[in-house]
Design a protein around this ligand. Sequence first.
Ligand code: ATP
Ligand code: MN
Length: 480
Amino acid sequence: MFNKRIKVKELLLSDKTNYEATVMGWVRTFRNNQFIALNDGSTNNNIQVVAELGKFDDAILKRITTGACIKATGEIIASLGKGQKVELKATSIEILGDSDAEKFPLQPKKHSLEFLREIAHMRFRTNTFGAVFRVRHTLAFAVHKFFHDRGFVYMHTPIITASDAEGAGEMFRVTTLPLDGTAPKLEDGSINFKEDFFGRSTNLTVSGQLEGELAAMAFSDIYTFGPTFRAENSNTTRHLAEFWMIEPEVAFNDLEDNMNLAEDFIKFIIRFAIDNNKEDLEFLAQRLEEEEKQKPQAERSEMGLMEKLLFVVNNDFERLTYTEAIDILKESNHNKKKKFQYIVDKWGVDLQSEHERYLVEKHFKKPVILTNYPKEIKAFYMRQNDDGKTVAAMDILAPGIGEIVGGSQREERQDKLLERMKEIHIPAEELDWYLDTRRFGACPHAGFGLGFERLVQFVTGMTNIRDVIPFPRYPKSASF
Ligand code: ATP
Ligand code: MN
């Protein structure tokens, strides 16, 4: 067997010495023609491989360059250098893959995140992205663990859908019709989608919720965790065109149960990352602290990353209604001094990200759950409250990110649902299958959608969402 290596993480964990070991990995640096810092992605820490002077051919030494992949065998000994307990004194070094030092884009120095985004195919090999994507993995694992432990069924909802009903965002069309003008047309000149692959017009999903509701009406508790697509032209640090969403849907839950589930879920996930990725999080905390130092004092956050995560885990989220939030915003000095781009002057307006951030970062200084929004600014399936004006919606707002969760109790009453659909011109025929849940054994139920990347942003402290997904898709960018 070729691969009899020990992972670097495992080696560094133990202070055992005087045994033979093989390591494989990529060279980070090679100092004094003697000391190789080798990394295999299991941790940000490198194992020092010592190539004693005079023991290796010049031809081999020349090929130990930054980025090269090597296999080294030798004795694990106590390290004399500082920063590591053990090192490997090499008896053999094999070059598995050369790397032209002149052309290798990652130099052993600090690169900007913008530059690294342009070489996203290589950025996994940096400390920052090593830490980010190991944490992302842990968070994804924790998502499944949380729901599995509570008896939820993981449901794979379709990626290609035909429903345009939810109106969650602009959609990407899926078609096999030609784009050169020869596609079959109807008499009125529009495209005849009956001739298309699926016999109708289709697109990439913007949410798995409607299908999720169908499953919840059989399994009681389900969740989805999959890619979603929105062709919204928003060049922000919080929007991607392709992102991963987690959508639990639970029969017999009301709005309060829904909030409790979401809060427990977020706390569990963060706690899991702290317990399982401490080293990476501490690295990211350090990185963030340095980034913060570049900012003017007033813009720096009051808490470090670890402090912030522990604070979220250990404190209740603030819960208030949309109406209460509007009052706070209206009365705020920020509003009176016209520091908001969008002035809050009346009940009914949609909250902008600047308002959400004010509530979370300035007013409450903790995550906030806003409930009971005006029905006009929320989706048709949200349960109508008795006041006739609001719906049983809830959004969770997180410091530095804004909206991280959007959810609601669903309208289970068929007449109310149909009435609302009619009001906003959603043809009932198109959603006939969805309406069956209200015809046959309807029950109170609730659910929410959490954008996975926004959660990863929150936990890693990365400011741009493009830096927490391996290969980001956003307007004018789909490289790699
Ligand atoms: P926003 O107002 O921030 O655009 P939204 O109201 O469009 O969010 P929902 O339709 O409720 O969001 O989607 C549920 C969750 O999915 C959001 O709370 C957010 O975490 C995430 N999300 C929505 N749009 C995007 C996007 N373009 N990129 C990444 N995550 C997103
Ligand atoms: Mn949006």
